[in-house]
Ligand binder design. Structure first.
Ligand SMILES: NC(=O)c1ccc[n+]([C@@H]2O[C@H](COP(=O)([O-])OP(=O)(O)OC[C@H]3O[C@@H](n4cnc5c(N)ncnc54)[C@H](OP(=O)(O)O)[C@@H]3O)[C@@H](O)[C@H]2O)c1
Length: 193
């Protein structure tokens, strides 16, 4: 089985965005040191437009070949007129309302989300699946997540979108790695215990 990894940016107090979903307050911490780390370790997690802007669109995928996101997260790209935001990955969008996909490279999952994710995990591949958010999709897929890579930015938001919009439950994870950056950003990798 290949892994489903929740790769997410959050505040010290565990919010992935403001109450309206805005996550731009994290952009201030994308300094040279951190961008170099992302380019070296997770180049495929940047959207295609961002990769082009950073001059890293030629870099090969390192960990993931597939990405899944919720419809509200996908809407951010659609609003910019981008229908295939991660053109270097196989893309899935969970949505009961979108209907037909606006792009041949993006598959909509409208029913049987957990089952479809289990099928993707069962595929033969040396690469994993990146769950890039948002809060509600992560809540729906919480039990399927094998690994969490959480980029914690040194900012407190007080309220906002939680890392998981889900019911209370206790799911132990084991810390595998911590990276510390001069800006105060931490990247912690956990695997399901
Ligand atoms: N900090 C970060 O790294 C980060 C990363 C990604 C996103 N974000 C933020 O997260 C925000 C969006 O998060 P969100 O929680 O509001 O929304 P979301 O998780 O992106 O999308 C929720 C939508 O996914 C679909 N969905 C959820 N469960 C489903 C299921 N079981 N079957 C089929 N479709 C399902 C539904 O779409 P329909 O309504 O179409 O049915 C639902 O409205 C964005 O504003 C973005 O800024 C932050």
């Amino acid at each position: 089985m290949r892994k489903l990894t929740y790769f997410i940016a959050c505040s010290i107090d565990g919010f992935i965005g403001a109450p309206d979903g805005d996550a731009q307050m994290f952009f201030a911490y994308l300094d040279q040191e951190f961008l170099r780390f992302l380019a070296e370790e997770y180049p495929e997690t940047a959207a295609t437009q961002g990769r082009r802007a950073l001059g890293i669109d030629h870099l090969e995928n390192k960990r993931f070949d597939t990405l899944i996101q919720g419809r509200v997260s996908y809407d951010l790209a659609l609003k910019e007129g981008v229908t295939s935001p991660y053109a270097h990955l196989r893309q899935y969008v969970a949505s009961r309302t979108l209907g037909r996909s606006p792009d041949p490279d993006v598959e909509i999952i409208s029913t049987g989300l957990v089952q479809r994710v289990r099928e993707l995990k069962a595929e033969e591949s040396e690469f994993g699946i990146c769950l890039c958010g948002g809060s509600r999709l992560a809540g729906e897929l919480a039990d399927e997540i094998d690994e969490i890579v959480v980029k914690t930015y040194p900012v407190v938001l007080g309220s906002g979108l939680p890392m998981f919009a889900s019911d209370f439950s206790v799911a132990p994870f084991t810390l595998d790695e911590v990276r510390v950056f001069a800006s105060g950003v931490l990247v912690r990798t956990y695997r399901r215990t």
